[in-house]
Design a protein around this ligand. Structure first.
Ligand code: PBG
Length: 327
């Protein structure tokens, strides 16, 4: 048997066949739309390295989310840009902080929207690290209490999902315990479990004003060359109570996404990060790639690798293209 009896091209001859036999289908319900919220009113400030992404105040945030929900987006992930930074990241757990205010505004206008929040300190500390600094080092255990306070303040404001991205050991357990003891047993934890120390976060740090002021994040984020460590991180996060786990970034880590998918039953998110977005936008702006086609291919590839959910700045564009049948 084999060729010429068997011809694989037979089932590729028409668009109908290709669509009928497509093994991976992306849908707007797969996407989580990240947004950057700032203080003020009427703000819609472009972020230079992320064309199409803006700093939004709560009023313009509502407009943007209105557009997103119309396109079929079900979930957003909020990042706050603090007005005030200090060594202990006070605004991060302030009930009147920017994220807490934005959550209340969103839940009032879009009760069915899944509101997720990034739980981390780097956007709120003057040193720009994701944890508290003690004797020049990022101190794991004292950071846990602060992270739990941040998660609690988000839950109190109405967040459906808290997403710790700090990479401290034990944060999922600390957050779960704090949430449960205050009556938030239904608040979901989506853990940035396998988060690598990546240069692909460059544009995000400009957007969130969160670049570390000394050193780097390699003592807490993972070494990019390691795969087994990712499995240990995911295993621990699930044991500590993570409802959803994440691999981040996505594109240089598709093997990690596949391995986590094959080994665990929990829902898996992948973060198509700022640098991945910026590269597509830059190449599309010069006409070197067809933006719509490469975005479709990238998002399909992340899902084919095994992600159930994709956090992506392309979310609204991709959802609109899908609705029009252009992807
Ligand atoms: C905060 C955080 C970062 C990202 C998400 N949460 C930056 C970092 O760890 O330096 C990156 C997201 C992106 O690049 O799109 N810790």
């Amino acid at each position: 048997m084999g060729f010429p009896t068997v011809r694989l091209r037979r089932l590729r001859t028409t668009r109908a066949w290709r669509e009928m036999l497509r093994e991976t289908v992306i849908d707007p319900a797969d996407f989580i739309y990240p947004l950057f919220v700032v203080h003020g009113h009427g703000v819609r400030e472009p972020i230079e390295a992320m064309p199409g992404v803006y700093h939004l105040s709560t009023d313009t945030l509502l407009e943007e989310v209105g557009k997103a929900t119309e396109a079929g987006i079900k979930a957003v992930l909020l990042f706050g840009v603090a007005a005030h930074k200090d060594p202990e990241a006070h605004e991060a757990w302030d009930d009147e902080g920017i994220v807490q205010t934005a959550i209340r505004a969103l839940k009032a206008q879009f009760p069915d929207l899944v509101v997720m929040t990034d739980v981390c300190l780097c956007g709120y500390t003057d040193h720009g690290h994701c944890g508290l600094v003690v004797d020049g080092k990022i101190d794991n255990d004292s950071t846990l209490e602060v992270l739990a306070d941040v998660a609690l303040s988000h839950a109190r404001a109405g967040a459906d999902v808290v997403a710790p991205s700090d990479m401290m050991d034990g944060r999922v357990r600390a957050i779960r315990k704090a949430l449960d003891s205050e009556g938030f047993s239904e608040t979901v934890i989506m853990a940035y479990s396998a988060k690598y120390a990546s240069a692909f976060y460059g544009p995000f740090r400009e957007a969130a004003h969160s670049a570390p002021q000394f050193g780097d994040r390699r003592t807490y984020q993972m070494d990019p060359a390691s795969r087994r460590q990712a499995i240990r991180e995911v295993t621990l996060d699930i044991e500590e109570g993570a409802d959803v786990v994440m691999v981040k970034p996505a594109l240089a880590y598709l093997d990690v996404i596949r391995e986590v998918r094959d080994r665990f039953e929990v829902p898996l998110a992948a973060y198509n990060v700022s640098g991945e977005y910026a590269m597509v936008k830059a190449a599309a702006a010069t006409g070197w790639v067809d933006e719509r086609a490469v975005v479709g291919e990238i998002l399909t590839g992340i899902k084919r690798a095994g992600a159930d959910l994709i956090i992506t700045y392309h979310a609204v564009d991709a959802a609109e293209w899908l609705r029009r049948g252009d992807l």
